[in-house]
Design a binder for this molecule. Structure first.
Ligand SMILES: [Zn+2]
Length: 372
């Protein structure tokens, strides 16, 4: 296999065999990953750039490449995904949504995850709606009309949206309200349909920002039918965001989280303790974590120790240390598994976090989609 962003090495194989393979369930569901083709981005348009991690790690990765990578990374596992485009400010959101929809609606029809026998007509219906298997979210622009958003949501295999602050017209960075990129009119429609929202929190203080907490609570109160998933455990990559942000959200049992991009074992532990294993879904945030290396924490900062030749990579270690780096994706999974086990949970909780929770929640939305 040749994949554009990683080569599988003996270090990776050994790490997988020792730290992941004994516990990883047969079926896994990646609840947050990006896919795109080169033509989904208009390179002639200036895009909003950060100049820091994760710049330069990976460009476009197609669904086919994603599947090939899963087959190498997770041998003998059946992997499904909730995928969406890459929300660069210069992306062609419609083309990206169409690509995700068309690929999943037709490729995954044989693996529906539904065991009851169906009539031919039901089968056709399920196929046209993309039920079971992998599904996608639509990238949404905040200036879209409600009609336009409804059209994007009606695409087969699309179960909701991935809004993003960078899709605010002329976004220049800085703190914005969630409602600036996920407007109330959109939320009203999403509530009416019972659609899925994976929410990347704005604001420098992330989940420790009281304004973010208030807005999440407001969304849950006003739009309770929305399947609301807070991405990256609220961007709690360092401990304080989790310590301050998790408690006020702990009692809302309907609020869900994906743990993508979290390598910090203490954050996984706090999430498991505050939210319980039923509200957390494992996710990769690929293609970013094809990056090789480890993460360290200093106060609110995280430091990516990586062997990658990226402009921002200034924390280099001796070559013999860097030679031991495996894929950050594996490090994130090992951190999650180790923590689940260290807290005394077992196979049931692992299987819920790595597959069952996402599958169950997504199937609920797919059942509603039949009337969209
Ligand atoms: Zn992401």
């Amino acid at each position: 296999m040749s994949h554009p962003y990683f080569e599988y090495t003996d270090v990776d194989r050994a790490f997988f065999e020792e730290r992941i393979d004994p516990w990883l369930p047969e079926r896994i569901f990646d609840a947050h990953r990006h896919v795109r083709l080169p033509e989904h981005v208009d390179e002639s348009q200036e895009r909003f750039k950060r100049g820091t991690f994760p710049e330069g790690i990976a460009g476009p990765e197609s669904i086919e490449e994603a599947r090939e990578a899963y087959a190498v990374l997770f041998p003998d596992r059946e992997v499904e995904m909730l995928a969406f485009g890459s929300p660069q400010s210069n992306c062609d959101c419609e083309a990206s949504n169409a690509y995700v929809s068309e690929t999943f609606a037709w490729n995954d029809d044989a693996r529906t995850g539904v065991s009851v026998p169906r009539t031919e007509r039901e089968d056709e219906h399920v196929r046209s709606k993309g039920r079971g298997g992998s599904v996608g979210l639509a990238l949404s622009r905040p200036d879209w009309s409600v009609e336009k958003l409804a059209e994007e949501l009606r695409r087969p295999a699309i179960i909701g949206v991935k809004p993003y602050e960078r899709l605010i017209p002329d976004f220049q960075g800085g703190d914005v309200s969630i409602f600036e990129f996920l407007p109330h009119e959109h939320l009203e429609l999403l509530h009416e349909l019972g659609a899925w929202v994976t929410l990347h929190l704005p604001r420098k203080e992330r989940l420790a920002d009281r304004a973010n907490i208030e807005e999440i609570i407001e969304i849950r109160a006003r739009y309770p039918e929305v399947k609301l998933v807070i991405a990256h455990l609220g961007r709690s990559y360092a401990g304080r965001y989790a310590r301050e942000g998790f408690p006020p959200l702990a009692d809302d049992e309907g609020l869900l989280f994906d743990n993508s991009a979290v390598l910090n074992p203490a954050v996984h532990a706090l999430a498991l303790d505050r939210f319980g294993p039923e509200r957390i879904m494992w996710a990769s945030d690929q293609p970013v974590f094809y990056m090789r290396g480890r993460r360290r924490w200093e106060g609110d900062r995280y430091i990516n120790l990586t062997s990658g030749d990226y402009e921002w990579n200034t924390d280099r270690q001796p070559p013999e240390v860097e030679a031991t780096y495996t894929l950050s994706l594996y490090e994130a999974i090992a951190a999650c598994l180790d923590t689940i086990l260290a807290l005394g949970f077992g196979d049931d909780e692992i299987s819920a976090i790595f597959h069952g929770n996402a599958r169950r929640q997504i199937d609920e939305v797919l059942a509603r989609k039949e009337r969209w």
